[in-house]
Every structure is written in structure tokens, then in C-alpha cells.
Design a protein around this ligand. Structure first.
Ligand code: PMP
Length: 455
């Protein structure tokens, strides 16, 4: 069976929700406008909204809103519903678990699902060394715990992160995140002992800056400004997410990982956004044969349920003392059931290959657009994590207003479209892997029309 056949076969469980874009009202419709007024009155304004429509149902490549509009989903709730919204196996597993029990706290009376998730993570993550895992609730929480584990293992305080990095919104992860507005501004002081090194950013680096040179540039900063003997961990997104879908030059990650190994520094891959088939491999590190000491996962791990994990070398994972890791809800049984069903879905439906097909289809369209429009400075990404970087014509000056107006026009046409990037000028695609080729093509056509309309 080819993956396309797999796609149509697996489309059947989503039959309930017609896989077709259909607008009944303007976007937002009157019911969404009403709900937005209630949101404004009741919800803290710091919690923003990308697209002001309120969801009632979602599956495949469609999100349906309260006004009956069916929207094409090119965001997956920020790379979460990779297997599709309410994926059939996830729904069935969650139902069964909810009826059995909803919570005991794994630290009070444990249960098998948590162990099964840890075993699956040991099997799926890069490297065939002995591994252990600890489960948490959010990406940020898992990143914080990876740092705790690295510090406990090395007895050293410092952490190195990169330009354009995004690691979360808690105090330590705000310190690790690069962009001030909106993530950090006004929320300091931040956790100490976090240092920033330059990222490999092929589009903006000098043309001779290959992966090895870029790694040496970063390593020089680490050696001079931190000192390997003070450094617990280097934490990096193998493809940066919020920072602009930046794919480092070949060899950059491997060179950094090698330097870490040589200096007993823990190499941590933050695969919160890139993990679980998103990039056309189970993990983005797999593309380069890089084996991180610790890998942080969340988002796509559990089909929409809050779950995250730190997985890594058993001896590192065992460094913290008993009860030094944990939390009331970490590895909640319902989230674990969802994760096991998500992993089963990825494997049974060939979703790694599906992400590769999406890459071929979408990159073809995006490269054609770029050939005709020099405001698309760069087309990049892997699998179903793709982006265009928009610049002022004839330059490499970031054009955030252009990215914003294309996204706004696509949304008005019923396509959920996200932007990102330190400069706010990157339009990113994160479709669920359950989207049909037809819907994906239609979504891309809408982006193309929105781009054309801005000429
Ligand atoms: N790391 C990366 C790479 C992310 O993309 C994100 C979320 N965008 C996080 C960490 C934080 O995850 P969460 O929002 O679940 O805390």
C-alpha cells in the first residue's frame, strides 16, 4: 500500500466532518464575534488569539467553527495534532482510560501506561543506548527538567542556548528563549547562568559559513564566555520553531554534539515542535544521525493531550535524587493512553512517509512561488514543518508587515495560517499529517493568491 492509499484509507474515520473548506459567514462570523466579546471580558488579555474564530469540531485537515465555517488547518494547534484532531485511535484509547480511572498520581500509585510511554520513547528516540524517561505536562516544564537533570549529572551550573531559540514561557525557559517581545518583555528578572551562542542560519549567514564553521563560531563563544568546565548543557532545537523554522547548515548539530561529548557537556535536543514525524523523520535529529544525550518532547506526542517528556541516557536520567523530579499531573494516565495511541497511529498509518510527501507537494508549490517573487527570500523546512521568509523586494530586509498581511488574507479566506520568526516575517506551515493533498493544495493556493494580492 502506498502512503497515498494509506491516506485515503485512514481518511474514513474522519468522514463525520466533511473534508472541504466552506465559508457560511465572513471570518469571524457573528457567533465568534460574540464569544470574542466574552473572551475579552473574562480572559486575561495576555492570552492572545491568532485567528478570532471559536472551534466546535475538528478532524483530518478541517477545523469547524461556531458559525458553521469549515477552515483548512495549516497549523495543527501549533504542531500538536500531527496525527489529526480527534484521531480515531486516540479517541478510543482516551475513552477507555477515562472510564477506567482519570488520575492517581504516578508518584502515589503508579500505572502501566506511564511505563509503556517511557518504553516507547526509549525505542523511538535516536540512539540504541540504555535510556530512561520522565514525563511532564508541557514543553517548557520538560525543558526545565532537562536542565535540572543535566545540572545534577554534571554538577555544573551553566546552560548554553542559541539566537532565535524558543524554549517556553516559565522563568527558566524565558531566560532560554531569545525573543523579548512578546515572550519576555517586562517579565524579568530571569534565571541566571543562561548564555546565548550564535545559531547557524544559512539564509542570513555569510555564504561561506558552512555547518562546521558555524559550529566553531558557537563553540568559540562557549569556550571563551562560559568555559566547558562550567557548562552543564547545550540546549538546541534541531530545527528552530518559533524563531523562524531555521534549519541549520549540514554538520552544525553533529559538530556541536561532538564537542559536548568531548567536554562532558550534556547535549539536549529540544524536539518539542519537531518531534513525532513532523519533519519527515520520527525526530529531526534523525536527519543528521545526531544522537542527543537528552531529548525533550511534547506537542505531537499525545494527539492534543498535555504530555511532555525528557528521555535520555539512563545514567544521566538517574542523576537526580529520588523525588527530585515529578509533579502532580506529570504522565497523567489519560495523556499516556493518548500518547500510546498517537505513536500507534504514526506507525500504522506511515505518517513519517506522509510528512515526506507533504514536503514534496508543498515545497514544489513554494519554490514555484519564489521563482516569480523576490519577496520570498527563503523557502525552507523539512517534512510538514515548512516556511517562507518574506523580505523587502531586492533585499534581505525582513518584511513582517507582508507576512502579517498574507496570513490575514489567508485566514479571511478560511485557511488557518501561522507566522513566526525573530523578525516576525516568516509564514509557517504545520498541517496535520491527516490533511488530504487536495486541502493542502487549496490552502497553498490561497496563500499564493494572498501573496499576489499584495503586489
Ligand atoms: N520548545 C519548543 C521548541 C517549542 O516550540 C515550544 C512551544 N512552542 C516549547 C518548547 C514550549 O512548549 P509549551 O508551550 O508546551 O510549554
Amino acid at each position: 500500500m502506498t502512503t497515498s492509499e494509506t491516506r485515503s484509507a485512514s481518511a474514513s474515520p474522519t468522514e463525520g466532518l466533511e473534508q472541504r473548506r466552506h465559508l457560511m459567514t465572513e471570518i469571524p462570523g457573528p457567533r465568534s464575534v460574540e464569544l470574542m466579546a466574552r473572551k475579552t471580558a473574562a480572559v486575561a488579555s495576555g492570552v492572545g488569539t491568532t485567528m478570532p474564530v471559536f472551534a466546535v469540531e475538528a478532524s483530518g485537515g478541517i477545523v469547524k467553527d461556531v458559525d458553521g465555517n469549515s477552515l483548512i488547518d495549516l497549523g495543527s494547534g501549533i504542531a500538536v495534532t500531527t496525527v489529526g484532531n480527534s484521531a480515531p485511535r486516540v479517541v478510543a484509547a482516551v475513552r477507555e482510560q477515562v472510564e477506567a480511572f482519570t488520575h492517581t498520581c504516578f508518584m502515589v500509585t503508579p500505572y502501566e501506561g506511564y511505563i509503556a510511554v517511557a518504553e516507547a520513547l526509549a525505542r523511538l528516540t535516536p540512539g540504541d543506548h540504555a535510556k530512561k524517561s520522565a514525563l511532564f505536562n508541557s514543553g517548557a516544564e520538560a525543558v526545565e527538567n532537562a536542565v535540572k537533570i543535566a545540572r545534577a549529572h554534571t554538577g555544573r551550573p551553566a546552560v548554553v542556548v542559541f539566537d532565535h531559540a524558543y524554549h517556553g514561557r516559565t522563568n527558566l525557559t524565558m531566560a532560554m528563549t531569545s525573543k523579548s517581545m512578546p515572550y519576555k518583555s517586562g517579565f524579568g528578572p530571569f534565571a541566571p547562568e543562561v548564555y546565548r551562542a550564535p545559531m547557524s542560519y544559512p539564509y542570513r549567514d555569510a555564504k561561506n559559513m558552512d555547518g562546521q564553521l558555524a559550529a566553531r563560531r558557537a563553540i568559540s563563544i562557549m569556550e571563551k564566555q562560559v568555559g566547558a568546565g562550567n557548562l552543564a548543557a547545550v540546549v538546541i532545537e534541531p530545527i528552530q520553531g518559533e524563531g523562524g523554522f531555521i534549519v541549520p547548515a549540514d554538520g552544525f548539530l553533529a559538530e556541536l554534539a561532538e564537542w559536548c561529548t568531548a567536554h562532558d557537556v550534556v547535549f539536549v535536543a529540544d524536539e518539542v515542535q519537531t518531534g513525532f514525524a513532523r519533519t519527515g523523520a520520527m525526530f529531526a535529529c534523525d536527519h543528521e544521525g545526531v544522537v542527543p544525550d537528552l531529548i525533550v518532547t511534547a506537542k505531537g506526542i499525545a494527539g492534543g493531550f498535555p504530555l511532555s517528556a525528557v528521555t535520555g541516557r539512563a545514567e544521566m536520567m538517574d542523576a537526580p535524587h529520588v523525588a527530585g523530579l515529578g509533579g502532580t499531573y506529570g504522565g497523567n494516565p489519560v495523556a499516556c493512553a493518548a500518547a500510546l495511541a498517537t505513536i500507534e497511529t504514526i506507525e500504522a498509518e506511515g505518517l513519517v512517509e506522509r510528512a515526506q510527501e507533504i514536503e514534496r507537494l508543498a515545497l514544489g508549490v513554494l519554490h514555484r512561488l519564489q521563482a516569480d517573487d523576490d519577496r520570498i527570500g527563503d523557502v525552507r523546512g523539512r517534512g510538514a514543518m515548512l516556511a517562507i521568509e518574506l523580505v523587502v523586494s531586492g533585499s534581505d530586509e525582513p518584511d513582517a508587515a507582508l507576512a502579517g498581511s498574507i496570513a490575514a488574507a489567508a485566514r479571511a479566506a478560511g485557511v488557518i495560517t501561522l507566522t513566526c520568526g525573530t523578525f516576525g516575517n516568516v509564514l509557517r506551515l504545520l498541517p496535520p499529517l491527516s490533511i488530504s493533498d487536495e486541502l493542502l493544495t487549496e490552502g497553498l493556493e490561497e496563500i499564493a493568491s494572498a501573496l499576489a494580492a499584495t503586489r
